[in-house]
Design a protein around this ligand. Structure first.
Ligand code: SF4
Length: 227
């Protein structure tokens, strides 16, 4: 049985300039992207996956605990948690790991189009140019079909029968740059998703069993996630 919540949008313009000038409520301003080597080098500076996992699991616990309080000081989605929690709660399917090439593209300053800024400069991810008549079918656009192979769970062998498939969310570009030889999706990412889902489900059952916590959770969930 699915659970429904009364959705109340509290999505505020975080970037007033883009909101007031272009009427954009959600603006993604990435850090300056570089070549593959530069991206790989920046990833090499990352912390150990085990430490990162502990931090993410603590953040998830904190977020859920906060959502069960009557007047929490701060309820926000924590972006590093690799779960699409609104899909789990509302039992919605999720086919893509992230929105790259699915509902967004990135246009470089020279007019080249990629599914995400992270892939700039790599021919196999190039979708086209703003002056081109674009072919948008997966069979004919190699840039789109390349990203689908990394981002669409029904195109990725290891995702097809994964129990976390509808909950899993992350960054296809990050996965691409972090994957070791032979990997499409890094093992460390899948481990983090599965551990996070396990933790979420245990906490979710615990919250549902306590009427006061459940009521607060529903209220804050609807405020936090655009259902
Ligand atoms: S956890 Fe890994 S295998 Fe499972 S759906 Fe996500 S990316 Fe695919």
């Amino acid at each position: 049985m699915s659970t429904s919540f009364k959705a109340k949008s509290t999505h505020l313009p975080e970037e007033p300039f883009f909101y007031e000038t272009f009427d954009l409520i959600s603006t993604h301003i990435p850090t300056v992207a570089g070549t593959r080597e530069e991206n790989v080098n920046s990833i090499a500076l990352r912390i150990d996956p085990e430490i990162y996992m502990d931090m993410c699991l603590d953040a998830l616990e904190y977020m859920l605990d906060t959502m069960t309080q009557e007047n929490p000081q701060n309820v926000r989605q924590i972006g590093s948690i690799p779960l699409r929690i609104n899909n789990i709660v509302s039992l919605k399917p999720s086919n893509h790991i992230c929105i790259a090439g699915d509902s967004t593209v990135s246009v470089w300053t020279n007019g080249e189009i990629y599914s995400c800024f992270m892939f700039y400069g790599q021919d196999k991810f190039r979708i086209g140019h703003i002056d081109d008549k674009l072919e948008t079918s997966l069979e004919r656009n190699s840039g789109l079909s390349t990203i689908e192979g990394l981002n669409n769970k029904s195109h990725i062998e290891q995702c097809r029968n994964c129990f976390a498939r509808n909950a899993c969310a992350g960054c296809a570009g990050d996965n691409y740059f972090s994957a070791k030889d032979g990997e499409i999706i890094p093992e460390s990412f899948c481990n983090l998703v599965k551990k996070s889902l396990e933790k979420f489900l245990f906490k979710y059952v615990e919250i549902k069993e306590d009427p006061a916590k459940w009521q607060h959770f529903k209220t804050h969930f609807s405020e936090t996630y655009l259902c």
